[in-house]
Each structure stands twice: as structure tokens, then as C-alpha cells.
Design a binder for this molecule. Sequence first.
Ligand code: FES
Length: 268
Amino acid sequence: MTSTATRPRGARARAAIAAKTLRTDRWWFQPLITVIGLGAWVSYATVRVFMHKWYWVGDFHYLTPFYSPCVTDRCVEGSAHVGTYLPSWWIIPDAAFTLPFLLLFRLTCYYYRKAYYRSFWLSPPACAVPDGHQSYGGETRFPLLGQNLHRYFFYAAAIISIINTYDAVYAFHSPKGFGFGLGNLILIGNVVMLWAYTISCHSCRHIIGGRLKHFSKHPVRYKAWTFISWLNVRHMQLAWITLGTLALTDFYVMALAAGWFPDLRFIN
Ligand code: FES
């Protein structure tokens, strides 16, 4: 075996074993599932964002999160809650103020980093399996140095969660007055899961409980930190669940807006 002292500069420290890996389990399964899952979600979201239609159900005030807030002058009547500031070029998403920040928040998320580093960049694809690349620069250089901005994207994501919450509450008040249907349940369920994912963020956990010398002097922050730590352990699951709830919410609103089926109404 090559010792650290004699190893050529830049060479990888690996035992002299001819086999690529000695693992005999299906170590490739998880990266494969991740590629399929993330690939499918990104494809669906891209198509929907640039479809520019079927995002608003005027009868029940349902707005899909992919178009919230709607800010181009193409936004259909009633769907723009904060004004229309941008022109309607097809390349501009109707939620152009929020989608870039959401994308950056997810892209720099500690869990998603692990997922796409392993699955798309094979860096490495699994424990005890060689890296797919000759060298490893980590996150110390541009562009991956930008991953450190995650803590700032957290604040943007929190604001966007407030906007999504507003949309979900607003949907209880349709033109006929108070109303409640399956769409409301889906919108509320999505918002609850979005909040769970957002506050389970590692940056949020640090903001709440970091830099404290004595938890005993900050009982409220300690309680909040304990709860966020409990959620934080489930961050990966929440990352996937929210992809599911976002797609489901968007699909349901699209289906109603396109007239594929009616909303299941419980009240009004
Ligand atoms: S670590 Fe995943 S959202 Fe912050």
C-alpha cells in the first residue's frame, strides 16, 4: 500500500485493489432512484412553469405555487395579488420573483447537495465506491463555493412560504363567500409540509439555537431548537415529500383550471 508520505501529489488514497468496489449489495439503486425521481420532477416543473396557463381557478381562488405570486402582465384576472411588473415574454416565468430563489434554496440544500453529488456527479456514488472523477475540489472553489449562500436563501424561502400560506388561506374565500373543498385541503397540506421542510433546514436550526453559550438562559430558543432538531432529522424525507405535495397541488389546480374534472366541494 502507498503511504501518505510517498504518495504522489494529487493521487487518491486508495488501497491497491483491482476491483472497482468490493461491495456486493445494490449500492447503485439509491443513486438511480434519485436520478429518476429528481429528473422526473424537474421535467414536470419546467414544462408547467413555461406552460403559462391552467394555474388559477377563479371560482375557488386556487393558485398553484408554481405561479405565486403571479407578476407578469399575462397573469389572468384575479391571479395577480401583488401587481404585474414584468412583460409577458415566454421565457419569463409568471412567478419570476420567487422561483429563482426557490430553485437556489433547493439547489444549495444540504440534503439535495448530497443527492445530486452522489447521483448525477458520482462524487462518489456511494460509500466505498470510487469517485467518478479524477480529482476532488470540494466546495472550496467557484462555483461550488456559492453553496455557502444557502443560509441567505433560507430567508427568501421563509418569505415565499408566507406567500404560499397567504394563497392557501385566501382560497377559503371564493367569489361566493366562504368555501371549502378538496383543493383547500391539498393547498393547506402542501403549505404545512413546505413549512416543515423550510424550518427543518440546517441553517434555520443554527439561526434558532446556534451561537448560544447557555441553553438554560434561553428556554424558548431551546424549545424551538429541540423541535427544529426533531424535524431536521427528517429533512431528507421532507425534501421528497414537498416535491410530491408541490407536484400534486400544481396538478390538481391545473386539472380544475383545464376543466378535466370538478373540485370536490364540502361547503359552498
Ligand atoms: S439544509 Fe436543506 S433546506 Fe437548508
